[in-house]
Design a protein around this ligand. Structure first.
Ligand code: NAG
Ligand code: NAG
Ligand code: NAG
Length: 188
């Protein structure tokens, strides 16, 4: 083989490898770190509405990214209260207000919350052949957890749409099944 040909094919190989790495890097969202669970002090971590509490010594992955947003982005729908004294802790990050659980509002995992860029914007959530428009008011923090600020709950997974009761109602999910459902969402 001529030297110039082998150099050319080597360069081509390098280009192929680097674009391939870049491509998978953009597609994949890897953990940014991990947190070791601490036992909630007595009275912390309100479990009234099935909130998860950190387990002493358990490792939880943290994420700064979420899967790429598509026209129908797959997500896990969870249940949250956005009311004062609800299980969401403080007021919503986007407007520093509490929201009635009778209004369709959601919190998104950190990557999708995207540094507040979806704050007070609406998303369409679909499941069971039904859909509902809900407003993004808060972040489900994928980067931190297991501390007082997060009520000793683990960091949020990176694919969560955490929704008020109104969203679950609108999707026609029977009450005894509220809490975990695979849905798709898109920007409204
Ligand atoms: C649990 O949910 C009920 C309604 O389903 C709500 O009234 C109550 O405030 C919630 N409790 C907490 C701690 O979030
Ligand atoms: C998030 O937004 C704030 C205010 O607009 C900006 O200062 C900050 O650099 C942004 N952070 C990231 C990670 O984009
Ligand atoms: C989102 O929907 C609410 C309720 O329909 C509406 O008041 C609000 O203006 C919408 N937000 C945006 C950014 O379109």
């Amino acid at each position: 083989m001529k030297a110039s040909t082998s150099i050319a094919s080597f360069v081509l190989l390098l280009i192929l490898i680097s674009t391939n790495c870049f491509y998978s890097e953009a597609q994949r969202c890897r953990p940014s770190g991990r947190i070791i669970g601490k036992k909630p002090p007595p009275g912390e971590c309100n479990q009234e509405n099935d909130s998860d509490c950190c387990v002493q010594g358990k490792a939880y992955a943290t994420f700064k990214c979420s899967p790429p947003v598509a026209s129908q982005t797959k997500a896990q729908l969870t249940l949250n209260s956005f009311e004062k004294n609800g299980d969401g802790g403080g007021p919503s990050e986007c407007d520093n207000k509490y929201h009635s659980d009778d209004t369709p509002v959601v919190a998104l995992s950190t990557g999708w919350f995207n540094n507040r860029s979806r704050c007070l914007h609406n998303i369409t959530i679909s499941a069971n052949g039904k859909s509902v428009v809900a407003m993004v008011v808060d972040e489900c923090d994928s980067t931190m957890g297991c501390d007082e600020e997060h009520d000793y709950q683990p960091p949020c997974p990176n694919n969560i749409v955490d929704a008020s009761q109104a969203v679950w109602k609108a999707l026609g999910v029977p009450h005894n099944q509220w809490g975990g459902l695979e849905i798709t969402w898109s920007d409204a």
